[in-house]
Design a protein. Structure first.
Length: 628
């Protein structure tokens, strides 16, 4: 098991005091100025924010002596309503405002005297974005935009490449930004790093239905970002709200709807080579069901959000010499519970789990399907986040995350091709192992059929002259060679020492005790001498040296001459187990893939952001004290 760079012993505590125009890219701030129609500031005005579809507990603020207000740490998303009231002035309400992660919004409000207004003034529109405060170059995709994208696949990586300067030419899900390496992109989910600490690639798939916004930062990242030279994918997940909501989506693609399948190109695109005939006979089905539920557990206090997704992708491939289907199956689960402890403190606990299995990998026109491999990956990520607003000028945000993913690569064809439970014989000197504790290339499982003649080798040199005498019928297995010493085949062959004799120990004095002069062991059989019992090769006590079970001493146990040709044809008798098949490279690669990998990676992340606003609306930047 490998521990990633984020495991406990690798946690790096870096203290830094930095200037930053925004608190964090996982939320947004709202600020503005309230004045009368002559431009005079209106202190004491109440600004109330509400959003029934997001976990917002109606935060508010009161304008200061300059008419300035600021509301911190609002979750990004649409559907915000902002109401501004002040005694003797008519109230104003803004609706359908959308807040984007990582951006500070300003909303200047003008109030008219109540004598001139008989009802609430309602304004539809969006707040202005203050771009002059940020040098960050980024592209933001909302959940509404993502749901309408005509992209093939339902992975968040399919969205990243839509941002300018971002490409993923090999389709691995690890894009590069402005030509940087694909390992130089950091993925943050709710501000927490989910990048694989070992490889630098993405560490977890996400349920795309659980994503509220994706911000792709391609340059000019602020000081709160680090450990990447390419860019950042900043993902904000959804939260529940006061309204109960549910959605079900279903995507499907099948050979029943698209009989031609995929991978079929005109012959001129393949140097005159057309498709494999069997390609159109392949069956495949892509299947994406989504279910999402959200709502309040305690209205205005506790909310939940749940998203479930099952993934099945089957792609037919035309490899010119063969046709096959690559398969992906898995699931992605996401759950979040948000607790508004009070108006100044919020706690959120989320769990994201993904499991993916990719089958028939590593195949091409020269590699048989049996020589491919299967890749499995996935695991949970737990995130606990607390936001505490001590005052309009002091804010503390704490995050703790535990990333725990397992990775496995296994051959499509089981390396134990003879299914006897043995892969190497290092601990079996009688089968060629040297007992050094290392499974070497010359120590694979030989099976039972050492000479691969499909017949059990038996003791044959009855006249002990060291040669095969055909006139005396010594070629019992019909292989034209003399069985060497110890060469009797079969794990259940009773002639253990291969001497042609039924060896046993006898109780000569009939006292029922294996005396030292009686317990001398079987000739050539280690471990039988001095073990305190009477040993015998006749396991089933039928006074015969059986090859298999009660077959007797025969090279072809339980032979049934089905075609009556008096020849031991394969399939008519019980044959010894063949050795495990090898991975064979030639004009066509066959046999079990030789590479098998199991890995377990963990990453612990702790992040503390303490922000101080030294001045108000139009002053210098705020200061942030961070522990990462």
């Amino acid at each position: 098991m490998r521990q990633g760079a984020g495991s406990l012993k690798y946690i790096l505590f870096a203290l830094s005091l930095v200037a930053s125009p925004a608190l964090s890219s996982v939320s947004t701030d709202l600020k503005g100025r309230v004045s009368d129609r002559l431009g005079h500031p209106l202190p004491g005005a109440t600004v109330l924010v509400k959003n029934d579809s997001l976990a917002v507990g109606e935060p508010g603020a009161v304008t200061d002596a300059d008419g300035i207000f600021r509301i911190l740490r609002l979750p990004p998303g649409g559907g915000y309503r902002i109401r501004v009231t002040l005694a003797t002035f008519g109230p104003v309400e803004f609706s359908d405002i959308e807040l984007v992660a990582g951006q500070t919004y300003t909303l200047d409000v003008v109030l008219n005297p109540a004598s001139e207004m008989k009802e609430v003034l309602r304004v539809e529109g969006h707040a202005d974005v203050v771009d002059t405060e940020s040098v960050v170059t980024s592209t933001t995709f909302s959940s509404e935009f993502i749901s309408g994208l005509p992209v093939l696949g339902r992975d968040y990586q399919d969205v990243l490449s839509l941002a300018p300067g971002v490409t993923d030419v090999n389709g691995t899900g690890n894009p590069n930004i402005h030509g940087a390496r694909d390992t130089d992109v950091i993925t943050l989910v709710d501000g927490v790093n989910t990048t694989d600490p070992f490889s630098g690639y993405f560490g977890q798939q996400l349920n795309i239905e659980s994503i509220e916004q994706i911000e792709v930062i391609t340059s000019g990242a602020t000081a709160e970002f680090g450990r990447a030279q390419g860019g950042f994918a900043n993902i904000i997940t959804k939260s529940g709200g006061n309204d109960f909501q549910g959605s079900f989506k279903f995507f499907m693609r099948s050979d029943r709807l698209d009989g031609d399948g995929a991978g079929i190109d005109p012959p001129e695109l393949r140097a005159g080579l057309g498709e494999v005939q069997s390609l159109r006979e392949l069956s495949f089905t892509d299947f994406y069901p989504f279910l999402a539920l959200s709502g309040p557990m305690v209205r205005d206090k506790v909310w939940y959000y749940l998203a479930n997704e099952f993934v099945q992708v089957e792609t037919p491939i035309n490899a010119v010499s063969q046709a096959f289907v690559t398969q992906t199956r898995g699931y992605r689960e996401f759950g979040k519970m948000t607790w508004q402890i009070n108006q100044a403190q919020k706690l959120a606990l989320s769990l994201s789990v993904d499991q993916t299995k990719d089958a028939n990998q590593g195949l091409d026109s020269r590699t048989a399907v049996e020589s491919g491999h299967t890749f499995k990956r996935g695991g949970p990520t737990y995130t606990l986040k607390e936001t505490a607003i001590f005052s309009p000028t002091y804010l503390l945000e704490s995050s703790f995350s535990w990333f725990d993913n397992a990775f496995q690569r296994s051959p499509t064809l089981d390396p134990d091709t003879n299914h006897n439970g043995v892969l190497y014989v290092d601990n079996r000197p009688d089968l060629g192992g040297n007992g050094d504790g290392f499974n070497q290339a010359r120590e694979p499982d030989p099976g039972e059929d050492y000479d691969r003649d499909r017949a059990y080798d038996l003791f044959e040199d009855f006249n002990h002259n060291g040669r095969l005498d055909l006139l005396f019928g010594e070629d019992r297995d019909g292989d034209g060679r003399l069985t060497p010493p110890g060469g009797c085949e079969g794990s259940s062959n009773e002639d253990i020492n291969c001497n042609g004799l039924l060896d046993r120990e006898y109780d000569l004095n009939q006292n029922g005790i294996a005396d030292p002069d009686e317990d001398r062991g079987l000739p050539g059989v280690p471990g039988t001498a001095g073990n305190g019992r009477f040993d015998s090769e006749d396991v089933n006590r039928n006074n015969l040296l059986d090859t298999v079970g009660n077959s007797g001493p025969t090279s072809f146990p339980f032979w049934n001459d089905r075609n009556s040709n008096h020849i031991h044809d394969p399939g008519e008798y019980r044959a010894p187990l063949f050795p495990d098949r090898d991975y064979t490279r030639g004009a066509f690669i066959t046999g079990p893939n030789p590479y098998q990998i199991e890995d377990h990676r963990k990453l612990i992340s702790l992040r503390e952001n303490f922000s101080i606003y030294l001045v108000g609306y139009d002053g210098p930047p705020t200061f942030k004290y961070s522990i990462l």
